[in-house]
Design a protein around this ligand. Sequence first.
Ligand SMILES: [Cu+2]
Length: 139
Amino acid sequence: MQTKTRGIRRVLAVAALALWAFAVAIVVLADDARLGCIAEAQRDPAYQARLLGRVEVERTEYEIAVTREGQPVAGAKVCASVVMRGMEAMGVSDTADEVTPGVYRVDIVLEMSGGWRGNILITKVGEPPVSVPLSFTVT
Ligand SMILES: [Cu+2]
């Protein structure tokens, strides 16, 4: 009887471990998806990307102006991926929709005030993806 109980405990322990590993795997996958703009990208200082308007906790969407040598970059695929500085678990990303030529909207919530950083991934048809680093403060 004693042995049987021990056996059951061991099975439960293994099951718990498996469940934990499964949960961790899901979290890791979710993290990859969230920091979504995954592509081999290069830096190109000719490109610039900036958030328009006030950057504050209450907002749920932002517009990003993308320029190349000061000119609007129209018709690109744009994806934003940002994390809070010193709190890498707090991150969001979204694929943007172009609202006017060179201006792209993302639906993201920046949950905490403070410093944030990230990348804007810009892909134009027939050109290699470009990643523009972003750094800003949320109020
Ligand atoms: Cu935070």
